[in-house]
Design a protein around this ligand. Sequence first.
Ligand code: HEM
Length: 420
Amino acid sequence: MDRQTGSKPIEDFNFLDPAVLDDPFEYYAALHEQVPVYKMPETGMYIIAGYDDLRKVLLDTKTFSNNMDGYGMLQGENWKVHQEILEARGWPDLPTLNFTDPPAHTRYRRIADTIFNAKRIAALSGRIEQLCHAMIDRFIERGECEFVSEFAFPLVGTIISEQLGLESDQMAQFKKWGEAIMAPTSRVMTIEELRENADTIVEMQHFIAGKLEERRKEPREDLITALVSARTDDGEELNMLELQSLMRQFLSGTYESVVTMISHGMLILLRNPDVMARLRADISRVPDFVEEALRYDSPVPGLARLVTCDTQVGGVDIPAGSIVMTRYAAANRDPAKFKCPHKFDIDRNNKAHLAFGNGPHFCVGRALARRELNMAFTALLCRMNDIELARPLPDIIHIPHVLLRPMKELPIRFTKIDAS
Ligand code: HEM
């Protein structure tokens, strides 16, 4: 169904209200109808909701800079405490990749592109498929599972842990670290919480330093070895600050986004039984389903840019020093770009969605993400029939988050498909 909005004025929404973060699509539609570039009173940031406007912002790295403290953005002065702990006991933040602009960005981006190259991702396929089935094996006989914690998280967690040299019994550790990286971007934290958060990051940094050292001595066929062996265009090795910064981005990039997309993908199937039936009839359509799911409920709804000079977007003046929120999820529902944008339609030509961003910071892990998603849904649909919700979902199904969209839980039941 293509949901229409009422004429609720944009001022009547509070973007930070957990109910709006949980189901932001009416808010996005109001933005499109009334004010596609809007200074949000709750945050002081300018949200960019229009597709064309957002593309312009993403491509103009001189005016819209990534050179900002991406993790500490919401924490104000208190962030200094966090940084002091990292400096004293671990490695302080160094801007690389997503926190830099070209040309500095280009130096790191070339390395990241080499690490996540098509050949390496293709070589992971067999293992990804094996892991999808291994996760399903654990609950298939039970006829039910909590999908987020029993499938999406352990699948993504195991794939990246293996690549980063964590043992499978350290998964809880990995979850804790992944959450700690992103926690300061989700809400304003107290000083005590920031101290605890910094302690966790320091613990992770020492683990990573140890693994980097191990791989330097004994290289393996994994991502962490590729990173430690990488050389810049000048033939230089990356130093420990650069390596720590990149590893943190790879960990945070891969973790929440893919877990969320797998969870949302299942929810979309449950809410659209006709789509599930079509995929069962023709499993080769799974990649079209995945692409439409990325557009329809983008798992990284928005990130941010710092405005370097007075400018205008969509006719709205934005002064230097402002922060704009690049709202990929809203642009992907822009009716000026996508016909009936609130309809889930696997037949639409939506290859131009912005779920992975665009321009120089276009997601470096997108080939890996697509492969994980395609393989996960193929395996699930081939092994499980009659999938349905095991119990009604609560009113609010996401953990409130400004930049991400983690689902709390998704209890499902199903019947087993006999392999014959
Ligand atoms: C469905 C899954 C994913 C989604 C929706 C997603 C989304 C995004 C988006 C929107 C950006 C652009 C950021 C910007 O405009 O500043 C981005 C960048 C990035 N992503 Fe992903 N991502 C996903 C999976 C992954 C995976 C698996 C990795 C693996 C490490 C990853 C690593 C990164 C990194 C390192 C960047 C920064 C690239 C740069 O600044 O040049 N992402 N991602």
